[in-house]
Write a protein that binds this ligand. Sequence first.
Ligand SMILES: [Zn+2]
Length: 77
Amino acid sequence: MLRTLIRSLFPGLMHRIENESRGWMMQCRKCGHETSVWDYGGMRYGGLGPVYRLGRCRECHRVSMLRVYKRDDFASR
Ligand SMILES: [Zn+2]
């Protein structure tokens, strides 16, 4: 898995990516369920504005465009 590879090669970088990914949320447009990009199993680093990506919601299990956005209360480090 990509995360494991990065963590073994660049432990410092992985820590930064994890922090960054936890600051990004994915929201299902059908049921409103939110999860962090990190918890979803993704990684996001150095992103800009909100984006949409196709994914399956873990709550309602429907495939929809998940809104990916940065948490307001999350200070980028
Ligand atoms: Zn949903």
